[in-house]
Design a protein around this ligand. Structure first.
Ligand code: FMN
Length: 319
């Protein structure tokens, strides 16, 4: 199974967000590839139901990278083996980017930047499973030569793609992602580097592509407005056959509601709340509608309210 994306605009991994209903919505909008949220390799080995749920892949999804995290080589490898018994994925991703204290304390996530030998062996071991191996990482420092050496090591170890979020682990989300470093690395390793970091507009996507990145991942920008995807694809010259009308937006979210109905309310309701700010944009009483949906208590009830609001809007806007 190859990891060939259908275009260079990809959905980034986001914990508690990139579950299958969200990924399916974004594949519907046109992304060329998506990531699962990061899954603990140890939790897979321990047969956690939560981790197993994260391995579900809907038949209508496109190219999908399973992103795993661990600070231990054997745990990572065995977790990946178990995951591949549950489902097929187009590539295995290693999280070397997560700066959270808990993940870094286990030696995983961004802590791997400071454990280069372990990181390199992780890539080599995962490669033995026969799938492309993708690494998502932050940068060691704002010195371009540090970033170059780090990416060179990952690629020499066999990584098929390195996605760079050009902030250091200690930076959190402060400052800006360092695009000069991304450009230098993308030029140094043509065809191997993708970008993530501060992708909020069509011009952000175009800028990373012009730098020579093979792909651009959308993360927080996708939460603010999923429809950036269709706009960016149009700007990149892909024919998307979709518009930005209210009717189109409403239908996209109607399908999303259907899919959310297939997962538990305690997972689905927070997920719905994540996307509420972009539902009913520029529509009268939008904030009242959003707060009704946020407090609906269950997806079934939220869907009923949504349908009732849409009926009202149809009378007003005649779509
Ligand atoms: C809610 C949320 C969850 C995230 N979870 C993950 C994750 O599971 N794995 C990962 O590699 N990055 C994760 N990230 C980081 C994003 O993939 C992305 O690299 C980062 O947000 C920078 O891109 P942006 O500035 O365009 O949002 C997460 C980000 C957000 C906002």
């Amino acid at each position: 199974m190859s990891a060939t994306p259908s275009n260079p605009l990809w959905l980034a991994p986001m914990a508690d967000v990139t579950l299958w209903p969200v990924r399916k919505m974004f594949f519907g909008l046109g992304v060329g590839l998506a990531h699962t949220e990061m899954v603990s390799a140890r939790a897979i080995i321990e047969k956690s139901h939560v981790a197993y749920d994260m391995l579900y892949r809907h038949p209508k999804e496109g190219a999908l990278v399973l992103q795993l995290f661990s600070g231990d080589i054997d745990v990572l490898l065995n977790g990946a083996k178990e995951a591949l018994k549950v489902n097929r994925f187009n590539a295995l991703g290693i999280n070397m980017a997560c700066p959270s204290r808990k993940v870094m304390a286990s030696g995983g996530g961004a802590a791997l930047i400071y454990r280069p030998n372990i990181a390199s062996r992780m890539v080599k071991e995962l490669k033995t499973l026969g799938l492309p191996v993708w690494v998502k990482t932050r940068i060691p420092s704002h010195d371009p030569s540090d970033a170059f050496n780090w990416c060179e090591l990952l690629l020499a170890s066999g990584a098929d793609n390195v996605a760079i979020h050009a902030r250091t682990p200690s930076q959190g989300y402060n400052g800006k992602s360092d695009r000069k470093i991304v450009k230098e690395i993308a030029e140094s390793f043509p065809g191997m580097i993708s970008a993530t970091g501060d992708v909020f507009s069509v011009s952000d996507v175009l800028e990373y592509i012009e730098m020579g990145c093979v792909g651009v991942m959308i993360a927080r920008g996708a939460l603010k407005d999923p429809f950036i995807v269709t706009e960016a694809l149009k700007a990149l010259g892909y024919s998307v056959g979709m518009d930005d009308s209210l009717g189109f937006r409403i239908n996209v979210f109607r399908s999303f509601f259907e899919d959310l109905g297939d997962i538990r309310d305690n997972i689905a309701m927070p997920l719905l709340r994540r996307f509420l700010s972009c539902i009913f944009k520029n529509v009268p009483r939008a904030s009242y509608i959003r707060s009704s949906l946020a407090n609906a208590g269950s997806i079934v009830r939220a869907r009923e309210l949504y349908d009732a609001f849409v009926d009202e809007l149809k009378l007003t806007f005649q779509f």
